[in-house]
Design a protein around this ligand. Sequence first.
Ligand code: FAD
Length: 527
Amino acid sequence: MNAADLRTDVLVIGGGLAGGWAAIAAARAGASVILAEKGYFGTSGVTAAAGPGHWWVPPDPPEARREAVAQRNARALGLGDPRWMERIIDLTWRTLPTLAPYYAFPIDEHGRTQYRGLRGPEYLRALREWATHLGVRILDHHPALELIADRDGVVVGANGVRRQAGGGWTILAGAVVLATGGCAFKSRLLGCHTNTGEGLLMAVEAGAELSGMELSAYYTVAPARSTMTRSMSYMFARYFDVDDRPLDIQPGPDVTRALAAAMLAGPVFCRLDRTPEDIQAVMRQVQPNFMLPFDRWNIDPYRERFEVTLRGEGTVRGVGGLRIIDDACGVGVPGLFAAGDVASREPVAGATSGGGAQNSAWALSSGQWAGAAAARFSRRPTARRVSGGAPIGGAGIRPRRGGRPVDLVGVEAAVRAEMLPYDKSLFRSGATLARSLSALDQVWSEIADHADPDDWDRLRTREAAGLVATARWCGVAAQARNESRGLHQRTDAPGTDPRLARRLRVRGIDRVLVLPERTVGALEDVG
Ligand SMILES: Cc1cc2nc3c(=O)[nH]c(=O)nc-3n(C[C@H](O)[C@H](O)[C@H](O)COP(=O)(O)OP(=O)(O)OC[C@H]3O[C@@H](n4cnc5c(N)ncnc54)[C@H](O)[C@@H]3O)c2cc1C
């Protein structure tokens, strides 16, 4: 018997932006809701340390939204869906003002309330407070490890561990919303330490597919040896080599590849001395954490140079994730819904990053659609009779062959070594991808065949399995997209192939298959 055996209408797994909105929507729809978070709902996930701006376009004049969608769709490079873009613009516009009882939105000099950009920590505190008022039961430090399904394959709950109280938990639910975020391969990106891909693994074990996994090569500049990926100030950056010679790297859309190329040749340093005085003056209020590493090192970033690095974001401000198959954010498995970065954002972002606007609007919207749909699903008559099911987790929990100690440090290092170096990710080719996949296949066999953790290391082992599984899905999809498009740039196929203006569906765990969607936008298309 587990230490915590509970039952609820809707179980939300993950307490970031998407999970918060999902829990609120499910509770508002009349469901009893439990939210299980690996860390603490309020400080975990990538929103908590960021300042998420939303896609915020007024309904008047009507051309404004049409133009916003047309511009974004052009940047989606053939993989976006204007209908989904319109949906999230509209829901974001209607939703953010409803947060006002819990969040102090600023008012500008004309007396207008500013809704678009929120401060991450206060945003999550507001969601937590609202969810609590609605009666959502919040279980912090309760990571989920695997889903539970009934005999018909309907997802009816999840199992996990209690990090502080010890032991495990089982929660039976009428429906489950996965909101476990993206996977940044333990790159030390700000806020991503708990985003390790096991949510994706759980869903694929239940039968879900992925999409857009090749669109995972997104990087953000940060001071070397820090996690501080708040990047606004780098709009004014000048870059230098180790001998202080200026590098011809201009801020703008291509800065990442130029920086990465320079970093492959040697250390790169930065000066922020072009930052306007008025911005310098407000930086501590606008992005307080941005200054922290500099304060610790006693460096004035506006006058002195400092070394920079690029932190990989994987699927966080990359694009790929679970393939959404309907307007309610279902993933093709009864009883299972997905929201936020755990889902593919291709419909709203296409082949380029949705960071800065679309991703937050997507997390807010998909969270609400998934939460409301899960509440509806949990009300179907058979859901009331859910009496149990079988846990369906594999790799990292139940070894396929004989259990033996697995070197988890080595597994994580192998994932980082294949997914983060710029020459394997930003400048990838068929040959580099094949070598990476061969290395990843080996660690996958090791963990899937042999990892048989004790209670105390079940979370770490399952996280390692999630990291390797996600890395393999990204690699196989990148191999299949034999062209360059958006975030996916192949040095051996630099052109864009019009025949590949379609999303790539990825399915399977041990044997991974890639299937192109027939037409973009036909989410229900099956082959
Ligand atoms: C520095 C930075 C700045 C950004 N700025 C913007 C912006 O301005 N505009 C914009 O549109 N987007 C922005 N983004 C992206 C945006 O923040 C994300 O799209 C959004 O936060 C996604 O929310 P989420 O809830 O899906 O994921 P997260 O906020 O990452 O939350 C996922 C949660 O799931 C939990 N979890 C993981 N695994 C488990 C498990 N097994 N069991 C239980 N819980 C689990 C994690 O602990 C975490 O709390 C930014 C991202 C970064 C990194």
